[in-house]
Write a protein of this length. Structure first.
Length: 90
């Protein structure tokens, strides 16, 4: 829903194709913070590779009727950007 921390315009968001994979949310050690943080990943079920950049400090914002929103920080080129994932459970 964002690119480099900035909200995408709705017309751009409508053109982004959906990503299909399985959601993995777990605590993982953050070496920079020297503590565990909640991480969210969208993983391709065939290759096991991440489809999107991992969300650090993930937080569930909403879960209702097979729709969720998870917010966190994605790290791209050593810079953290705020990101929100809209998720539909199939």
């Amino acid at each position: 829903m964002r690119s480099q921390g900035r909200n995408l315009p709705s017309e751009v968001m409508m053109q982004v194709p959906p990503r299909v994979g399985y959601l993995l949310v777990e605590q993982k050690r953050d070496a920079e913070l020297s503590r565990n943080t909640l991480r969210a990943r969208l993983v391709d079920d065939k290759s096991g590779n991440d489809i999107l950049p991992e969300l650090k400090s993930a937080e569930l914002l909403q879960a209702k009727n097979k729709v969720m929103r998870i917010a966190g920080l994605e790290c791209i080129a050593k810079t953290d950007y705020a990101q929100t994932w809209p998720i539909e459970v199939l």
